[in-house]
Design a binder for this molecule. Structure first.
Ligand SMILES: C[S@@+](CC[C@H](N)C(=O)[O-])C[C@H]1O[C@@H](n2cnc3c(N)ncnc32)[C@H](O)[C@@H]1O
Length: 290
């Protein structure tokens, strides 16, 4: 049996992003020069900073339903702006993201993912193959590409892939392979074709839409996704899975240990650290090393 332990993965290597405060179901964040106030269910405590400080937000997101809402502007927010991530540990890891306030509360980046970018940059060797599923605007794809990987980026939404292409160009990178497809269908085909990857990264959402607008629920596909990923990963490869869908780390661990009982796993919570030092948990993460 491989080793395993539960831990916290804290994204504390940012220079241009900061979690200024959190509490009462919201978080106050600074992305470059832009301050945003967004809903955050796990911020169940009181806010530390005064209303005056929270009022400095250039834009605040008001939810109208579970998945959508609108931004209330109080300062001048550009239509889009760029944010840079520079790693100290891996000098080639210099990523640039185009950010935009979208009606789904997201802005084109999950800053807590910087822990994964650092991990991937450390694991990838020139020419390794990396598969990024449910890849969104491509943080993990860019991190792997900057380390010399041959990257396949899969997302069901064409506009999201177009956005990632902008991020790739802003980051001075080229040559990512784009696949606009349902991740599960793509995986089934990769298994049939016998294709293998040194690393697989996946961040399946609770629910989603396939390329033909078909509804997709994580709970219906999770076991099959995990099994298929275990078949496309090289015998000495690695897997990074995270989820914002509420599955606890030990559930991720059990899922993966069922299919890869001899692998080493590290799982825990992906966290942001506020100015006051307190941690804000944003989701669950597992790293599986074969
Ligand atoms: C939570 S985001 C991933 C965030 C990513 N980990 C990051 O760090 O930027 C989920 C992504 O999955 C995509 N998606 C939803 N359903 C999908 C499906 N059936 N197949 C492939 N991608 C899907 C969405 O378009 C979205 O970009």
């Amino acid at each position: 049996m491989g080793s395993h332990k539960i831990k916290r993965f804290v994204a504390d290597t940012w220079k241009d992003y900061e979690l200024l405060d959190s509490g009462e179901g919201a978080k106050l964040e600074k992305f470059g020069g832009v301050i945003l106030d967004r809903p955050e269910a796990s911020a169940v405590w009181d806010r530390k900073k005064s209303f005056k400080e929270w009022d400095k937000a250039h834009s605040s997101f008001e939810s109208t339903s579970k998945a959508a809402g609108y931004w209330k502007q109080s300062g001048k927010v550009p239509n889009s702006w760029n944010l840079e991530y520079k790693s100290e540990e891996h000098p080639s890891l210099r990523l640039k993201f185009k950010l935009e306030t979208t009606r789904f509360k997201h802005i084109g980046i999950f800053p807590e993912q910087s822990c994964n970018w650092e991990y991937i940059a450390g694991k990838i060797k020139e020419g390794d193959k990396l598969l990024n599923l449910f890849a969104y605007t491509g943080g993990a794809s860019l991190a792997a590409k900057s380390a010399g990987a041959d990257v396949t980026h899969v997302d069901a939404i064409r506009q999201v892939i177009d956005w990632t292409r902008v991020n790739m160009e802003l980051s001075g990178l080229t040559g990512i392979r784009w696949v606009v497809e349902d991740a599960l269908k793509f995986l089934r085909r990769e298994v049939k074709r016998g294709n293998k990857y040194s690393g697989v990264v996946l961040d399946p959402p609770t629910w989603g839409l396939g390329p033909k607008n078909e509804k997709w629920k994580l709970e219906h596909s999770l076991v099959e996704i995990v099994e298929l990923v275990s078949q496309v990963v090289e015998p000495d490869g690695f897997i990074v899975m995270n989820t914002y869908s509420g599955l606890p780390p030990s559930t991720l661990e059990t899922l993966w240990r069922r299919v890869l009982p001899n692998a080493s796993t590290k799982c825990g919570e992906l966290c942001l650290q506020g100015r006051d030092g307190h941690l804000l948990s944003t989701g669950s993460l597992i790293r599986v090393e074969l």
